[in-house]
Design a protein around this ligand. Structure first.
Ligand code: GAL
Length: 741
């Protein structure tokens, strides 16, 4: 039997560490913290990334009964954890992205758990040792569980599915059992109820499920089944599983027997002010954003395993996952490689029961060839999970192909920049100077030397960094570059799809990005607010799921070069749009028959014709989207925008205060008379709250017309929190309830 209790509360934190601190008995004098936790509070940008790269120490009192065995499970501690019980050393875990468990052997009822956390960029731990284009932060930033085990319990479960034909599957369940036990195994869900007895043996067990006809899992129909292992009434193990056929072939990706072009983005698990330390609910929210707001069917967890809640939400909401081991270009030696192999094992064992995962990344992102190391990572991965293909992301052409899928970062589309720069500078240093003909993407044969299963895992990104508050022209070009590459991926049936760089702006070291510790590479900013490029992705989804109308314009007369306002690329999944100018219809516009982006499921509709001269008076514009001759979406633009409204919304009316902190996202929008954001409004909003704490402080910057922040609970927060937001003479209020779990 196993009881799991999440213990994210009642921790004490020392922001400095000196040898022997783990023996400290008066630890309650340190700062009381709730997890998830970052070792320092950060400003939004321009902070010193060395500030969190240090040793710190966390303490927690644990009352343990001595009739069971106790374990602590850490889901993620950045980057090296030394665990002590009552001052005695127990174990060390290296690597900040994968879980570990440690048994607490003690005869005392009252115990002190101490975790010394080294968040420095140590050369013996991936991804460190070279340069990395992202920040890793520090501390105990994912959940911690206290696990009580008695008698028989299950570890390392693997539900291994095998497709027989069409929707017919069989499966093997393997696991380790600590004691002999008579078990009942159940698999239940839509149209399925399988139950059987199993005589559990100490050590490894394997049992076979009979042939079953199931409803298959896909992003469109994320059908899950509940798998339970019982001993009498005690639940030894429970999880959700799914059945699907997912295979990358030389002719593209096939899901459940059908060709399924992949459209995705990379995600870093990075947030303003707290780094990685956001509660699970916000990891889940990112899945919703990727799936529902951006309309994607795949996410790549660049460049490391992401939180268990994130992966589980991909199962539930329907998003394919390419999950990869930690690393960035650099390959270390000795201990570093041992830790990398351990990371492969921890990642696959943690996540192999998730139907959303269709590909494992077992190479360090963009590293060179290393025959010895990558033979081992592939072999280990295939041994732990023979059901999925492996990939390994590279940027080098014709690198050694030890994986099943050639996963390639193709940054060859540069919009003409390299040619221009070469004319100005002569030779230039670039990783991407490999293509003579720039058509969006290279062919599979050009990259791999032959036809192989092939997936594009990055493009765009650093080739064209774009801030949400950039000039309109840049936002358009940013969006169009994503569109050009996506179009090229759809055009080539041998390319399984394209996963762009990237979903959200992310923080980075000073040797990358815009100098303020940001890479502005997202189609959304770090608060998850859309740039124009988000509309390119969102508009590729079936309009039956959501009609999207995303014209790439702010409808101004002088923000684009030369005072131009055309063309307007309308990214939409509508059939046609009507344009109304100055209140009068200018007629209907459809897609061009031979449009340059016509391989996209929904190419943009391009408005070109009514241009104006610099300074010429102009009027309001409305773009109206039609599906089957019915109006489904309308975008209206004022020609004379003025600040007309200040809107405040809270993502939650009620927060539940459990052992972990909870947070609501407060979004403040400054809009014109047509409800559009005012992208160049400056200033900050002053927030006053009657409880909780605003991440980043009470003065919230207005960035690109909106001010976004999170209001978190503190252990003592309960009842109502009244939030008042003020901008000049304008103010808004919202009330949030905080309930105890
Ligand atoms: C790639 C790398 C990513 C990111 C991206 C920026 O080379 O894999 O992590 O740095 O470039 O475009």
């Amino acid at each position: 039997m196993e009881l799991r209790q999440r213990i994210n509360d009642q921790w004490f934190f020392s922001a400095t560490y000196q040898s022997g601190l783990e023996k400290e008995k008066a630890f309650t004098a340190f700062e009381a913290v709730q997890l998830p936790h970052n070792t320092v509070e950060l400003t939004y940008n321009y902070f010193d990334e060395k500030s969190y790269q240090k040793k710190t120490c966390y303490f927690r009192k644990l009352n343990l009964k001595n009739d069971s065995r106790h374990f602590v499970r850490f889901e993620g501690v950045m980057a090296v954890a030394d665990v002590y019980l009552n001052g005695e050393y127990l174990t060390t875990h290296k690597g900040g992205y994968t879980p570990f468990e440690v048994e607490l052997i003690t005869s005392q009822a009252e115990n002190i758990l101490a975790v010394v956390v080294d968040s420095s960029e140590r050369e013996d731990v991936p991804p460190f040792g070279g340069a990395i284009d992202y920040l890793t932060y520090g501390g105990i930033y994912r959940d911690v569980f206290l696990i009580e085990r008695q008698g028989a319990y299950v570890t390392e479960p693997f539900f291994k599915i095998e497709n027989l034909e069409a929707k017919n599957y069989r499966a093997d369940l393997s696991f380790n059992l600590s004691e002999k036990a008579q078990l009942q195994v159940q698999l239940k869900g839509e149209g399925l109820a399988v139950t059987f007895e199993h005589e559990g043996q100490v050590g490894s067990n394997e049992l076979a499920f009979p042939a079953m006809t199931v409803k298959e899992w896909s992003p469109e129909t994320p059908q899950l089944y509940e798998l339970t292992v019982l001993e009498g009434n005690d639940c030894l193990y429970q999880t959700k599983v799914g059945f699907r056929r997912a295979v990358f072939t030389k002719e593209g990706f096939y899901l459940n027997g059908e060709n399924y072009p992949i459209i995705g983005l990379n995600r870093h698990q990075d947030y303003p002010y707290v780094g990685y330390a956001m509660p699970e609910e916000w990891q889940v929210e990112d899945v919703r954003v990727l799936k529902e707001e951006l309309g994607l069917n795949m996410v790549r967890t660049s460049h490391y395993p992401q939180s268990p809640a994130f992966i589980a939400a991909c199962d539930e909401l329907g998003l394919l996952v390419f999950e990869e081991i930690p690393g960035w270009q650099h390959i270390g030696t000795g201990e570093w490689q041992a830790v990398l192999l351990q990371n492969v094992e921890e990642m696959v064992v943690r996540d192999r029961n998730h139907p959303s995962i269709v590909l494992w990344g077992v190479r360090v992102n963009e590293s060179g060839d290393d025959h010895g190391l990558y033979t081992k990572t592939n072999a280990l991965c295939r041994q732990l999970d023979p059901t999925r293909q492996t990939g390994g992301v590279r940027y080098l052409e014709k690198s050694e192909f030890l994986e099943d899928v050639y996963t390639m970062n193709d940054f060859s589309y540069d919009g003409g920049d390299i040619k221009r720069l070469k004319q100005e500078l002569g030779e230039i240093a670039t990783y991407d100077n490999v293509q003579t003909k720039r058509i969006g993407l290279r062919t599979v044969e050009q990259v791999a030397g032959e036809k192989v299963p092939y997936l594009v895992t990055e493009y765009a990104g650093h080739m064209y960094p774009t801030k949400r508050f950039d000039q309109e022209e840049r936002l358009i070009e940013h969006a169009m570059r994503h569109a050009v590459v996506l179009n090229a991926a759809y055009a080539n049936p041998n390319i399984s799809g394209a996963v762009g760089w990237c979903a959200f702006d992310y923080h980075t070291h000073e040797n990358f990005g815009s100098g303020d510790r940001f890479c502005y590479h997202g189609v959304m900013d770090n608060f998850r607010v859309s740039k124009f490029a988000a509309g390119v992705y969102a508009s590729q989804q079936d309009p039956a799921i959501r009609p999207v109308l995303a014209p790439l314009t702010n409808w101004t007369r002088g923000d684009r070069n030369m005072g131009q306002s055309m063309p307007i690329y309308v990214f939409t999944n509508c059939d046609k749009v009507e344009v109304r100018y100055n209140g009068k219809s200018r007629g209907f516009y459809e897609r061009e028959a031979n449009g340059a982006l016509n391989h996209l499921p929904y190419p943009p509709i391009v408005l070109k014709e009514f241009n104006f001269l610099w300074g010429e008076p102009f009027g309001p514009l409305d773009i109206i989207g039609y599906l089957n001759d019915e109006v489904v979406a309308v975008k209206e633009y004022a020609n004379d925008p003025v600040l007309s409204d200040f809107l405040l919304t809270s993502s939650h009316d009620t927060l539940v205060q459990s052992d972990a902190w909870a947070a609501t996202k407060l979004t403040m929008k400054f809009v014109d008379q047509k409800g559009n954001l005012l992208p160049f409004l400056m200033g900050s909003v002053r927030l006053e709250t009657t409880g909780g704490e605003i991440l980043g402080g009470q003065d919230v910057p207005i960035i690109g017309g909106s001010a976004v922040c999170w209001l978190r609970t503190l252990p003592e927060t309960h009842g109502e929190i009244k939030v008042t937001a003020r901008y000049g003479k304008l103010s808004q209020e919202v009330t949030i309830r905080v309930e105890k779990q």
